[in-house]
Design a protein around this ligand. Structure first.
Ligand SMILES: Cc1cc2nc3c(=O)[nH]c(=O)nc-3n(C[C@H](O)[C@H](O)[C@H](O)COP(=O)(O)O)c2cc1C
Ligand code: SF4
Length: 358
């Protein structure tokens, strides 16, 4: 491995290798948004498994912006002590932890805020969505919710926050000019909404508090994402690249490029900016992770479902052991009818482990 196990410095934090645990909403335990003991166990296990950095799952800044009823929340001060338990448990394993903060906008289960009036269908769930154009007061309220959530994350002891600016949620809706048709300053400059959030969070935290953002690689085009990245660059510590509004993309990778479009796009984004870039999605083995780091020149590589199957993914990779295989069955995705507790990859991995032990 050329790069996977090299240390990396993010802000003032030292990551012991280049593997970042991607944010994944897995909390199926409580409906009030408060941390449960299962959440703490989940992150402790991943930290013990040797990752360089954890980005905690999308945690909602507003009761009415949730992407699922069981999503974790950071919308009120009483949630700080529970969140602090996660941060403390992970720090005990000498792993830095960033919390992803999120508002669902039109994709919320109990709300429908959107930069513009928009009628569409969620391509994943098939659900009809009817977005309501946000008034200036709505915008001020949500910016305040993000900023005070950033402050709560700081008070809870996280090393930083990641804004969820991808996957079609509210920030992604503002950044995507196919969705954001506003005629006011938030439409003429689609980055204004998120920039106000970032600058607000910086003011209520410290200069070494990490502020990152997850961005769609094609929001709505690669060129537009590069422009957004350049505008945000002076104010952020890193970019985590993923899919944008409803996962749409414009094919642009050259013939023979061995990885998916978002990986190719991450390479182009990394070449255009100076802040660290995390590359992610559908990376299924340590060899592939290392090759992608070298090829794209990205700074960290994200592993998501691999860590759900095997929280010891990094330690096993270091020892040359089987890390497990995600079968890409999408059973753990938020799709109607999925029984998210059933993971065939995990089952096969556990069977293999017990046949190795006995
Ligand atoms: C169960 C589940 C929950 C997810 N939750 C989030 C989330 O909270 N925030 C986010 O940015 N992405 C989320 N994602 C997307 C992952 O971060 C990641 O981009 C995706 O799983 C692809 O990476 P992988 O192939 O390594 O799993 C989720 C994915 C899964 C499977
Ligand atoms: S095997 Fe299926 S359920 Fe398990 S992590 Fe992979 S996609 Fe999710």
């Amino acid at each position: 491995m050329k790069r996977l196990f090299q240390k990396f410095q993010l802000g003032k934090q030292i990551c012991k290798n280049r593997v970042v645990c991607l944010p994944m909403v897995t909390s199926k335990y409580r409906e009030d948004g408060y941390v449960s003991s299962e959440n703490i166990e989940h992150y402790t296990k991943i930290a013990k498994g040797g990752v360089g950095l954890i980005i905690q799952e999308a945690t909602c800044v507003s009761k009415t912006g949730k992407l699922s009823f069981q999503q974790l929340g950071i919308w009120e001060d009483n949630q700080i002590p529970g969140l602090k338990k996660i941060a403390t448990a992970v720090h005990r394993e000498h792993v830095p932890i960033i919390i992803q903060i999120h508002h669902g906008g039109i994709m919320s289960v109990t709300g429908n805020l959107c930069p513009s009036n928009l009628t569409c269908k969620n391509p994943f769930s098939g659900k009809a969505l009817q977005g309501k154009e946000m008034s200036s007061e709505d915008i001020e309220t949500v910016i305040h919710q993000f900023v005070s959530s950033g402050e709560r994350a700081y008070k809870a002891g996280y090393d930083g926050i990641e804004l969820h600016g991808a996957h079609g949620y509210l920030i992604s809706q503002f950044l995507n000019t196919n969705v954001n048709k506003r005629l006011d300053k938030y439409g003429t400059d689609p980055t204004l909404f998120v920039l106000r959030i970032i600058k607000g969070i910086r003011l209520v935290t410290s200069s070494d508090f990490i502020i990152g953002i997850r961005l769609g690689a094609f929001e709505p085009t690669l060129e537009a994402t590069i422009n957004t990245a350049k505008k945000l660059e002076p104010y952020i510590n890193y970019l985590n690249i993923s899919a944008g509004f409803f996962g749409m993309f414009t094919p642009c990778k050259p013939v023979g490029y061995p990885y998916m479009e978002h990986i190719y796009a991450s390479e182009k984004i990394k070449a255009a900016i100076n802040v660290p870039v995390f590359v992610a999605n559908f990376i299924t083995s340590p060899q592939m992770a290392d090759d992608i780091l070298v090829r794209t020149n990205a700074d960290m590589v994200g592993i998501g479902r691999g860590l759900l199957i095997n929280p010891n993914w990094v330690k096993d990779a270091e020892n040359g052991a089987n890390t497990g295989t995600c079968l890409q069955c999408k059973n753990c995705f938020w799709l109607p009818g999925n029984d998210r507790s059933k993971c065939p990859g995990k089952k096969i991995f556990a069977q293999n482990q017990s046949s190795v032990t006995h």
